[in-house]
Design a binder for this molecule. Structure first.
Ligand SMILES: *Cc1c(COP(=O)(O)O)cnc(C)c1O
Length: 245
């Protein structure tokens, strides 16, 4: 059954919530000695209808993240017309990969070679290139998607070898906890993987990239993620509001 999508609550001001989120990011950057707005804001628009997603883009969001491919299919034409970059941030089931290939600029959630091969094949047919990120399960919780940290770099190398795909970085969903140390340990793990990727690319084992993206941090912990080196934070609730508000 299709889920019902929520519409913008009366009086909700996306420009204001975007400004607040940007201010948090800039505050976290300067608190950790990072300057120059290196961190991008992705707005997670899952469960919000196309009009709400378009409204947040018009208010200034340049990247939106969709978690459910069925929803992406509904909203993509409107999002595209509004000029947003679209990232897939939820699990891609085999039979939904085609939706991602049709509409996404980046699939952040590649966690197996089988999924990457399927995306690659579909991209080849569609004659398009696709950015992908390797999703890593840094917390080791078995409810979370993602490849084990020790396998992330080998997967990145294998995926990079496939036609039409470009690995742009690593993504993780952090530990859902208010234990700062535990959450940051996970984010630091993703950063170590990125640092190892830099070494491998200098050795010629991975293509040279000026920077690998680190997609980590959400509404409730983006400061910790920025402190650990995030280059993309994925913010839903803080910008879009609570669905049941
Ligand atoms: C929904 C979602 C987010 C945003 O979460 P909030 O807590 O609402 O900011 C980030 N990442 C992923 C993968 C999500 O599904």
């Amino acid at each position: 059954m299709a889920r019902e999508l929520a519409s913008t609550p009366p009086g909700w001001d996306y420009a204001a919530t975007l400004t607040e989120a940007q201010a948090r990011i800039i505050g976290a950057e300067s608190a950790s000695g990072r300057f120059g707005s290196q961190v991008k804001l992705l707005v997670a628009t899952k469960a919000w209808d196309a009009a709400a997603a378009v409204a947040v883009v018009r208010a200034g969001a340049s990247i939106v993240g969709e978690s459910r491919l069925q929803e992406l299919e509904e909203k993509a034409p409107a999002l595209r017309a509004a000029g947003a970059k679209i990232h897939v941030i939820g699990q891609v089931q085999r039979n939904k990969a085609q939706i991602a290939v049709r509409h996404a600029d980046c699939v952040q959630t590649v966690d197996s070679l089988a999924l990457a091969e399927r995306l690659s094949r579909l991209c080849l047919e569609a004659e398009r290139d696709l950015d992908v990120m390797i999703q890593v399960n840094v917390s080791g919780e078995d409810t979370k998607a993602g490849v084990a940290p020790a396998e992330a770099l080998d997967l990145a190398s294998a995926v990079q070898g496939l036609p039409c795909l470009t690995v742009t970085g690593f993504m993780t969903i952090g530990l859902n906890s208010d234990d700062e140390l535990a959450v940051r340990l996970g984010y630091a793990r993703l950063r170590q993987i990125r640092d190892e990727a830099l070494i491998r690319s200098e050795r010629g084992e991975l293509p040279l990239r000026e920077a690998w993206e680190l997609s980590m941090g959400m509404s409730n912990d983006l400061e910790w993620a920025v402190a650990e080196g995030a280059t993309i934070v994925r913010v839903g609730t803080s910008v879009m509001g609570r669905r049941d508000a």
